[in-house]
Design a protein around this ligand. Sequence first.
Ligand SMILES: [Zn+2]
Ligand SMILES: [Zn+2]
Length: 389
Amino acid sequence: MAEVGHSARRPGDDRDEIPQYEVKEQNSKVLHVEAVGRLWRARLSARDISLQEDQELDVVAVAGELGCTLDTAAELKLVCSMDALKCFEDDNVVDPDIIPQDTELVTLGIRKKILEDREENLIIDRTSRQETFAYELESHALGKKPQNQSDLVEAGELVLTLNIFYPVIFQKHKEHKPYQTLLVLGSQRLTELRDHIMCVSDLQIEGEFSTTPDLAPDHISKDLYKSAFFYLEDTFYNDMRYPECRDLSRTITEWSESHDRGYGKFKKAKMEDYTLNDLHIKIGFPYLYCHQGDCEHIVMVTDIRLIHRDDCLDKTLYPLLVKKHWLWTRKCYVCKTYIARWVTNNDSFASDDPSLFCDVCFKMLHYDAQGNKLGHFLAYPYVDPGIFI
Ligand SMILES: [Zn+2]
Ligand SMILES: [Zn+2]
């Protein structure tokens, strides 16, 4: 038998083919969310945790901490002050949209070219629309303070970052694409998180309404089928807030318990009874959110941290959407202007199957002045996934 271990590695050595993971643990061990906050709060000073604007640096404290003279500390304070970052005197402020001619900064050169291109083309390019959208989303809450003091987030509150993934029904994105990133406060209930997870399955309107388009209901599946659960660390958290809610996890728990399938006993809890602080979870671990019977999403906590004074401090804005996958909206096939509200099949007036129409074009094309149906077609209300945030 060949000796292994001490000899020099030969080319073609089999050991090269044994998978060795560079990133050994992609997720943390189970931790109690509340405990993370408690440990941080015990280690940080009241000033670090405070949500008040950063107080003036005290020269004596700086000198003491750095072991320098008071003069040096005073000079440091001056050099490091916000005023030192200003390029222009107050009365000489220039418009940031005007790019100086004599700049040698490459980034400004690129920006100049983009701005010029935009002026030349009336059509806004996709990148700039995405850029604008991301900017709007970010500025919506960045550093926001509440109007009402009672809506102020408490100092020392935890913020969890959650990535919500596309449901597996989307073949295109089933790999690992988060389509929503939410910031949730530790003190918020799982049901508050649930209510902010947007999914196209919630927006369906069931039924065929070609003979009675005006009777198509406004309520969407989310209003009709309210059951949902999170599955986190052997526990099903079922949304049971409404009388019509069903225990969606029952099929799975009964299946598991009908024979010994090696899964042990699952636990159950009510989603509305638990806050995120109460949970025992792993950071970076894929958990399950299931709604509309079988629409399954991966949900992952990617970060847990203390709130900072520069965060959005208005708790009414949480769970806060900070990133959203950008979707094209589907336009009406006739006017190509408005977002589609109807989808038809076997449509004698349309060359495509299915065909999409806005409300006005749909009715003009398919009904006479008295509202009687013309031709043959099946019509279903259509809710575009691109319209919601
Ligand atoms: Zn879904
Ligand atoms: Zn139209």
